[in-house]
Design a protein around this ligand. Structure first.
Ligand SMILES: [Zn+2]
Length: 269
């Protein structure tokens, strides 16, 4: 079971087993699946609560990630039955992100942390490299601190060729691509929203435009997608788990089972 409860993240123990995690990755057709990715995805749900829901950015976020009020259980069920749309790469960072606006946010959040962390390391080593291709080969260099919130377009302008270089190096060693992703312009826009959100540059919604939010979720499930994936439950006030979770063999634990006193809200997974 993987999920989070108000920021307390639980990762299924089996995911720590390389062979098992790789088996799941293959079964779900994912290019990337790591424990770090799971953590980053789950914490994305927590920060959606804190930075979007609780800080009056629901409308702004919906304009980028879509309608978060859509029925989550149905969306998840549809995803596991039909998968994502054929052209999902044009608008989403992963196939799992197509499931629901919450998952799109969490997947994009995780990806943003991948980029910032990796760029910081590249800058620490002052990585400079040739950008090959076309008639205008040039040099690029990772520098500065991406955590400081500079121009995200500049980060991406170095990130893209850096990942091409790193993938090429991996291939020389017969390894899989370090970065098995292609970022479309729409996905870069979503990443930029996360960047602006983190650095408090997204203006709050107009007063009165916010809707009451369903009080959260808590969910966990066994087989999950991409940067992490999971089942998530929205508390519909009836205190029961959606039938889909039971049918799918998913287990949702209440916060008490996490071994801690806790709030009665849970989290998207
Ligand atoms: Zn999730």
């Amino acid at each position: 079971m993987t999920g989070h409860d108000d920021g307390r993240i639980v990762i299924a123990l089996a995911e720590a087993d390389d062979a098992e995690r790789e088996k799941r990755r293959n079964a779900m057709g994912e290019p990337y699946r790591t424990l770090l990715g799971h953590f980053r995805h789950e914490i994305g749900h927590y920060y959606w609560d804190r930075l979007v829901r609780d800080r009056g950015r629901l409308q702004a976020c919906r304009a980028v990630f879509g309608d978060d009020t859509a029925d989550y259980a149905k969306a998840l069920e549809r995803h596991y039955r039909e998968g994502g749309p054929e052209n999902w790469q044009e608008h989403y960072v992963s196939q799992y992100a197509t499931t629901h606006a919450w998952e799109d946010f969490a997947e994009t959040w995780a990806h943003y942390l991948h980029i910032v962390d990796t760029m910081e390391m590249a800058a620490a080593y002052q990585l400079g490299f040739n950008v090959l291709g076309g008639d205008h080969d040039r040099r690029a260099r990772a520098e500065g601190d991406p955590y400081e919130g500079g121009d995200f377009a500049e980060t991406i302008a170095v990130w893209m060729p850096l990942t091409v270089a790193l993938n090429s190096i991996n291939r020389c060693m017969g390894l899989a691509d370090l970065y098995p992703f292609v970022l479309s312009p729409a996905v870069v826009r979503k990443l930029e929203f996360i960047h602006d959100l983190v650095h408090d540059r997204i203006p709050p919604d107009e007063q009165g435009s916010q809707e009451a939010q369903p009080d959260t979720h808590s969910g966990e499930q066994t087989g999950e997608p991409a940067l992490s994936g999971k089942g998530r439950k929205i508390d519909n006030g009836e205190g029961s788990q959606p039938a889909f979770f039971a049918q799918a063999g998913l287990e949702i634990r209440d916060s008490g089972e996490l071994g801690e006193p806790s709030s009665d809200s849970a989290a998207p997974t």
